[in-house]
Design a protein around this ligand. Structure first.
Ligand code: SAM
Length: 291
């Protein structure tokens, strides 16, 4: 792909450079400019990134690997490169470095050492999915990959029961059905968006409640492949629940009815929130039944 960019000089610094998550054309002009000007490219996987650089017509740049295993050791090389007037570009295999990708240790140590770090905006699967989900975006939580162990996965999804924010997860095709089924146990009506293969040929966005989505995917197992972002909408109280107790009180109760007896939990939440103890008790019993 031949793209002309303004030939501005790129100041010495370490640049965090997002790369496409599936569509080469999503690289920004500024990212190309920095990659062209780089005297050193620190890549999560040098062989993988070489393919991208070849497609962009960028060759002959010194590259080093910088991943979860050697990030801390790379600080010295990268810091020296910038201190000597070089331009370093840090890239991951796809998307924005540091977002469920290497880079945090590197950036924190460079900043502590006084090395200039410049972030470039660009492709990120989480943000791309969030924008397409048709779920509230006023507040959201990026929660990365879900735990693999069954008990931890259950506990993590249980936290969504009364969550008032949209939550964004990365998930693998091997685990997505199990995750959706566990979420269904928490709230069968929860609105979700499953964003598959975004920016690629088979991009598909499934927007439905979790039970309907499971049914659809069980009937279309050939679609359970590729890369996925799962966006889970906030808890929406039913009409019965509305006007009864506040989401904050519900959340507090959901957390306390494990460690405390139901009555004690209701008393603590009633004292803290001023909610009716009877209504809290009714709600606590519903929660208990669902557990
Ligand atoms: N740093 C990357 C970013 O900014 O998006 C994410 C890296 S993380 C190791 C990779 C995960 O991101 C995948 O397992 C998948 O959950 C999600 N992902 C990446 N590209 C995607 C795409 N094109 N469509 C859907 N999900 C994608």
């Amino acid at each position: 792909m031949a793209v002309e960019t303004e030939n501005k000089s790129v100041a010495s610094a370490m640049y965090i450079v997002p790369t496409p998550i599936g569509n080469l054309a999503d690289i920004t002009l500024r990212a190309i400019e920095v990659l062209k000007a780089a005297t050193l490219i620190a890549a999560e996987d040098t062989r993988h990134s070489k393919i991208l650089l070849d497609k962009l017509g960028i060759g002959g740049v010194r590259m080093i690997s910088c991943n979860d295993h050697n990030e801390a050791e790379r600080v010295e090389i990268i810091a020296k490169e910038v201190e000597n007037g070089g331009v370093v570009a840090q890239i991951s295999d796809a998307g924005t470095p540091m977002i469920s990708d290497p880079g945090y240790k590197l950036v924190s140590q460079l900043v502590a050492r006084g090395v200039k770090v410049v972030p470039l905006p660009g492709p990120c699967a989480a943000i791309t999915a969030l924008c397409a989900a048709a779920l509230p975006t006023d507040k959201f939580l990026f929660a990365g990959f879900l735990p693999v162990k069954d008990k931890e996965l259950t506990a993590r999804l249980e936290q969504l029961r009364t969550s008032d924010t949209t939550t964004v997860f990365y998930e693998s095709p091997r685990r997505i059905m199990q995750t959706l089924k566990k979420l269904q146990e928490v709230d069968p009506q929860r609105q979700v968006a499953l964003c598959r293969e975004m920016t690629k040929t088979f991009e598909t966005i499934y927007r439905d409640n979790v039970s309907q989505l499971i049914q659809y995917l069980e009937e279309h197992t050939d679609e359970v492949r590729g890369e996925f972002v799962l966006v889970v909408g906030p808890y929406e109280p039913s009409e019965d629940e509305q006007g009864s107790i506040s989401p904050q009180a519900q959340q507090a109760l959901a957390k306390l009815i494990g460690p405390l007896k139901v009555k004690e939990a209701c008393q603590v939440v009633a004292d803290l929130t001023g909610e009716s103890r009877n209504r809290l008790y009714d709600y606590a019993l519903t929660l208990k039944q669902q557990q």
